[in-house]
Design a protein around this ligand. Structure first.
Ligand SMILES: Cc1cc2nc3c(=O)[nH]c(=O)nc-3n(C[C@H](O)[C@H](O)[C@H](O)COP(=O)(O)OP(=O)(O)OC[C@H]3O[C@@H](n4cnc5c(N)ncnc54)[C@H](O)[C@@H]3O)c2cc1C
Length: 396
């Protein structure tokens, strides 16, 4: 097949830049396209990555703003403290990270075109650009983020949670009071569960001296989320809002295709976001590794069937955990503020802070839930009237 490039990657977010880099390292000719004037802007991320990041991508030390050992978990009236004796997560300068991954791709030989992709011909491998030009390649990789044009063209149904975030100045003392904790506990993050944002949650991420990213994701509109965030801040702190951001968190849909003809989706475009945490980077970086091997094979052997292996391998590795996390969503959706308080009281009474500290994993919640089930704790912590429903959801 005559083509301008082996691969065209649309979207130079962290995922597009990473797959473009991997493919050019395999000596494929790669073109990366993005409509943005400035890569990485505007910020749409809390910037928290679990320590597994180092198994999945490079993360330069100078882009780490904070290292986190644990979390304070809140309901309206209760707080739990969970922690490990090592760093479990890193808080990063996400804009600088996007720029780093983009520059790494360019330095390895990827060509960049600053244009918007408006249409695709998946039979011929053509990307149509807004400036009336077109680019032909053997494989098109869609990394355009949420609401991907390529995904739509594959016939997929995409849906998202709304997400809102603010950069806020708050004193350490105020944060300690909110946690019912003493002393300097900057190295923790906070999560807050309340019924009006379930199955999402609110987060507080420390990024520097008295500076926090405070945000939430939920089914509510951005306007309502803004009100919730403002009320939350007013109720708990003296604060100064420095910046505000809005975004979307895709909801994984197992019926959607990850590949179609010469097209393949990765990252938010593929809905590859953990349902419970809203985290998308680690899983998508892993998907980049899987996809790069299969794209390489399909081009080397001139056989598009190899692309199918990407979808199979990805689902084999992640579908079970996704399904588990959707069951957690279903359970959370049934809870009122009183139920959440009850749950936290029972967790405390049953010494579960230690159990969560030991088994909690921000990427894979199924590990902890299975531990609760194994130890017979699940029925000690959920309100009685929910026993039957939870049994039905989890099937035990
Ligand atoms: C508020 C919020 C907080 C989050 N916090 C975290 C977190 O703490 N940890 C975590 O792991 N994840 C987090 N996420 C999710 C994470 O940010 C995403 O999963 C991640 O950005 C996905 O990267 P991506 O490259 O797939 O898409 P994006 O980062 O969205 O990049 C897509 C790129 O494609 C370009 N593009 C789109 N359409 C076109 C087109 N037609 N033509 C050309 N270019 C196009 C865009 O300009 C953009 O540069 C958060 C998300 C939100 C909204």
């Amino acid at each position: 097949m005559n083509s301008d490039y082996d691969v065209v990657v649309v979207g130079a977010g962290p995922v597009g830049s990473t797959i473009a880099f991997y493919l050019s390292k395999k000596d494929l000719s790669v073109c990366l396209i993005d409509k943005k004037r400035q890569i990485g802007y505007p910020l749409q991320c809390a910037g928290i990555l679990s320590n597994h990041i180092f198994d999945l991508n490079e993360l330069p030390e100078n882009l780490i703003l904070n290292k986190v050992k644990g979390a304070f978990l809140h309901t309206n009236n209760h707080v739990l403290n969970v922690e490990k004796d090592y760093d479990v997560a890193y808080i990063i300068d996400r804009i600088a990270y996007d720029e780093y991954l983009f520059n790494r791709a360019l330095e390895s030989g990827v060509e960049f075109i600053n244009q918007k992709a408006i249409d695709y011909d998946l039979d011929e491998g053509i990307v149509f650009l807004q400036n009336d030009t077109q680019i032909k390649s053997k494989v098109i990789v869609g990394c355009e983020g949420y609401n991907s044009v390529l995904s739509n063209q594959m016939g997929n149904t995409q849906s998202n949670f709304n997400a809102s975030q603010m950069l806020v100045e708050i004193s350490k003392d105020d944060i300690s009071k909110f946690r019912n904790a003493k002393g300097n506990n900057e190295i923790y993050v906070d999560t807050y569960l309340r019924e009006d944002i379930l199955p999402g949650f609110l987060w507080i991420i420390p990024i520097g001296e008295d500076l926090y990213r405070i945000g939430l994701f939920s089914n509510e509109s951005h306007k309502k989320q803004d009100l919730i965030l403002n009320d939350f801040l007013n109720d708990n702190f003296k604060f100064v809002i420095k910046e505000k951001y809005k975004g979307f968190i895709p909801i994984f849909n197992e019926k959607n295709k990850l590949i179609c003809k010469r097209g393949i989706l990765i990252g938010d475009a593929a809905g590859q976001v953990k349902p419970t945490s809203g985290g998308g980077l680690l899983i998508a970086f892993d998907a980049c590794k899987i996809a790069s091997e299969n794209i390489f094979k399909s081009i080397q052997k001139d056989d598009l069937n190899y692309l199918k292996e990407y979808q199979e391998e990805f689902l084999e590795k992640y579908l079970k955990e996704f399904k588990y996390q959707f069951k957690v969503h279903k359970t959370l959706n049934m809870l009122s503020n009183d139920d959440l308080d009850y749950l936290f009281i029972k967790l405390k009474e049953n010494d579960c802070e230690e159990l969560i500290s030991n088994y909690g994993d921000m990427d894979n919640q199924s590990v902890l839930i299975k531990e609760f089930i194994k130890r017979g704790l699940i029925f000690k912590i959920i309100p009685k009237f929910l026993f039957k429903k939870v049994t039905n959801i989890f099937g035990f």
